[in-house]
Design a protein around this ligand. Structure first.
Ligand code: ADP
Ligand code: MG
Length: 256
């Protein structure tokens, strides 16, 4: 479905090594001494659409926040495009994140919400204009650029949040249950828009959801999390037909 790219780099020993869009190596996170992630290891290829599923409270949002740099991990390593990111500031990670709650600034209109980060990064004005126009076209936001978030529907707000991520031209998108506040019909439409966006941009996307349909229809690869670790990674069909345990079977597999 997506354009995959395999890039090879040489490590210090001169051996060829695969470079991944994202690589987690034994990433751990504890809150107040309590393990939330107890050693997450995961490799994601460039251009892949990866869906992460798992029960509420299993650490999905924490994982995305760690990848984005909004939360520090306790130990382990994180590489984006082959570069070690453990201590790199969020704005320098080349990531666009879309939250369930949209997280728009209520006092700014749509265009300003989308351009804020670009202004901070001192992107030239003309370039900002171009990027906003392109994102507005892509997401049908042209007639809404002057409105404030309170004057938008939930679906429109989420499109603005997606637009705000797009204009930064990230290589890696993180979505944290982006559709869960939308009604059923909008959920389907927005899901299709996100799939289209993935095809168009060819960027790597990591998408957290608890919705089985979203997982099965969007994913090149599904990651099932439970108890702070990865239970299984595979193509949707693979997980459905051949779940490794009862937990995975219960979550997405056919009854075992
Ligand atoms: P999920 O997104 O899978 O529902 P979260 O990543 O939000 O799970 O949370 C995982 C666990 O970590 C939960 O038990 C939650 O209460 C805890 N947690 C998350 N953030 C914090 C925090 N800032 N301080 C303390 N505990 C937290
Ligand atoms: Mg969550």
């Amino acid at each position: 479905m997506s354009a995959r790219q395999s890039i090879f780099v040489c490590d210090a020993s001169g051996e060829e090594e695969d470079m991944y869009a994202l690589e987690l190596e034994q990433v751990k996170k504890a809150f107040a001494g309590q393990d939330v992630l107890s050693g997450m290891t995961l490799k994601i290829e460039e251009g892949e659409f990866v869906v992460i599923v798992g029960p509420s409270g299993c650490g999905k949002s924490t994982l995305l926040r760690i990848i984005a740099g909004l939360e520090a991990h306790t130990s382990g390593h994180l590489r984006i495009g082959g570069e070690l990111m453990d201590n790199v500031a969020p704005s320098k990670r080349g990531i666009g994140m879309v939250f369930q709650s949209y997280a728009l600034y209520p006092h700014l209109n749509v265009a300003d919400n989308m351009s804020l980060a670009l202004k901070r990064e001192r992107v030239p004005k003309d370039e900002i204009k171009k990027r906003i126009a392109a994102a507005a076209d892509m997401l049908a936001l042209n007639s809404l650029l002057g409105r404030r978030p309170s004057q938008l529907s939930g679906g429109q707000r989420q499109r603005v949040a997606i637009g705000r991520a797009i204009v930064r031209q990230p290589k890696l998108f993180l979505f944290d249950e982006p559709l869960s506040n939308l009604d059923a019909e909008l959920r389907v439409n927005t899901r299709l828009e996100i799939a289209q966006l993935h095809r168009k941009l060819g960027a790597t996307m990591i998408y957290v959801t608890h919705d089985q349909t979203e997982a099965m229809t969007l994913a090149d690869k599904i990651v099932v999390m439970q108890g702070g670790v990865v239970q299984q990674v595979g193509h949707p069909k693979e997980l459905y037909n051949d779940p490794v345990n009862l937990f995975v079977a219960g979550f997405i597999g056919s009854p075992k």
